[in-house]
Design a protein around this ligand. Sequence first.
Ligand code: ATR
Length: 494
Amino acid sequence: MKTRICVPVTADTVDQAIVDLKQAEKFTDLVELRIDFIKNIDIGKLEILLKNKTKEVIVTCRPKSLNGNFIGNEKERINLLKKSIELNAEFVDIESDSDNGLIGDIIQNKKNTKIIVSYHNFKETPKLEQLANIYNDIKKLNPDLIKIVTFAGSINDNFEIFKLLKDKNDLISFCMGLRGEISRILAPKYGSCITFASLNEEKVSAPGQIDINEMDNVYNFSLINEETMVIGLIGEHAEHSKSKSIMNPSFKDLKLNFVYLTFKLTTDELPAFMKNFRQFEFAGASVTIPHKLKIIKMIDEIDETAQKIGATNTIVNKNDKLMGYNTDYYGAIEALKEKTPLNNKKALVLGAGGAARAVIYGLKKEGAGITIVNRTKEKAEKLASDFDVKFSEINNMKKLVIDNDIIVNTTSVGMVPNINESIIKEDEFVSGKIVMDIVPIPPNTKLLKIAKSAGCQVISGNRMLLHQAIKQFRLWTGQDPKFKLMESKLKLTL
Ligand code: ATR
């Protein structure tokens, strides 16, 4: 069974609904007519609407009590659904909360229409056992399709839905909300008969609905199937990631059956997520703030580089063994090497966190001389001793700038939302230096702007992101993505 993608029409007038219906039919062969959105909907308006369809439709009329907009009484609502059957709508959706007698009546008199009985939970995702009970209760009514849609408070809720979908061919199921996005995208992998996507960002009928262009342009939705290997970014703010926009086109380009998603989760959710990650045999992951250190305890092995750096940003599932790597150092070094060879260069590293460790590891490997400075001096001192390099106080930044060839900011100073901050001030710069900021958003940080106007060469955090992504891609797939393709896709996100 191939998962169908359904676009809801949520206009509040019949005229606009017809415009949206025509537009939706360009993208898909299944449209949901949310007639409850249409002001003063009546049989006449319903008739006009259904006359204008050229593809299949689901007619839905959600009452106010179930987050819908229909304000008429139950008899009027049921009459609209019955009329839809008479007018040969391909599907009619009726809520499982409706009177069982009414649902039974609709099902018995369904003619050529298929009846979907739906359950929505806008607060949470019940556990699998409860979901299975809901499914079995609805099944007793003998509908054609069952729809179970819940709200994901956590990324881990999606896995309850994936378990529920197993071995069923009459179920539409996914999670709503930002954290439920992966269940909408992975509907073809886990077997939801239908997934819903909005016509555009403004015309969303439920939280977390992705727009239909994004489904295909970003996630290659039409290529996802049961065999698709799942990779994603594990991070607390993963939804802002640009990686999905560069990884997915490269998978498609090389005809690799992979999809790259975002796994938005907190530290508290990480252990359960990693259990699910193993159970569902996800193929790999990128790891970002704040999980790069904690995740080490939850995987099976890390390579020597990740061990030396003390952080992992890449996971590869090798025959159920989770391997950890660090590609940040490689990204930083490749980005710098686009401008200059590093051997015997003097490099000033600002900051002493995890990112600094990766940069220092890479610079050292290339034979650069390194000086670390950090707001908290003790951390700089400790890091300098770990890597056997120099550290300095920050009391004379100008002299530090003059004394070095390369300056790398690894602190979060200047990152959104603090875009007007710079760790080095205007009067502390001199010309002729190479300045890299690892902050990827904004692409042109205050530090880089100041450096450029002082006559320095600048490197954006996006170059590092790009190079490290290429290395990750290789680790997951064993193949080289096209550099130019990734570069152009990244540019589109800026
Ligand atoms: P990451 O793993 O991404 O490197 P981190 O380990 O939290 O993140 O490190 C953040 C770095 O940015 C630290 O060096 C931090 O300095 P402290 O060690 O003094 O905390 C530095 N940093 C963050 N905000 C800063 C600020 N406003 N001024 C100067 N340094 C800052």
